[in-house]
Design a protein around this ligand. Sequence first.
Ligand SMILES: [Zn+2]
Ligand SMILES: [Zn+2]
Length: 237
Amino acid sequence: MFENEVNETRAVLPGYAIDVGAEPLDRPARNSVGGWPFLDDGQEWPECFCGERLALFFQFDIPLNVEPFGGDHLLVFHCRAHNDASEPELTDDGRLVPAYWDAPRPPYPRPFWRVLLQRHATRPTPDREPSVRALPLTLRPLADTLDRHGRGVPGFNVGGTPSWAQDPEYYRCACGADLMHLCQVPEGWSFDVHPGLPEQPYTIYADTYLLFLGNEVYLQACPAHCDPAAVWPVNQH
Ligand SMILES: [Zn+2]
Ligand SMILES: [Zn+2]
């Protein structure tokens, strides 16, 4: 496996805890688990290679002081039927392969997820995410993004520093920019789904779905914004 060097001078962004509300949403909200994805004009709801629409797990607006991503809208989609860990594929010079967001993910012909980070996310889709229950998200500034050991604070967070489950891993975008940590989803974080839906393979509970087999997920995004899908989900456990 490619060994990524830790850059100690990496900028630490302001951090926010992401709180999931309890009262189900009955209308579109920009910050939500499930719900109505806010997309660009003409942008289609992303699909898995298997033909299923990807489930919207969550979306929110990045706080303005989380540079250079402030004001962007983050959307995290993942297939219900395909549940696996992400495995990076790198070029000889250590970059993620060109168009890595669409590149084959053996044994799959394409990724089973889509993470979008974009300025243009102006309108909600007419349809609500059918599986993941729609709940509001709120962001709460973290007073401190490091714990007393100097590690990132655990939790469902945006910005700040990752609370690595293993050694730090950083990746370089296909465009040449060093990806920056943007958002962290804790290990085993379960997303409630409506009753009676097909179960997700390898999941723990019948009424929840997981991202990437329940691995801890660290979303690293391209600061050059070379593509709305230029976000790599690092998985650790
Ligand atoms: Zn699929
Ligand atoms: Zn890039």
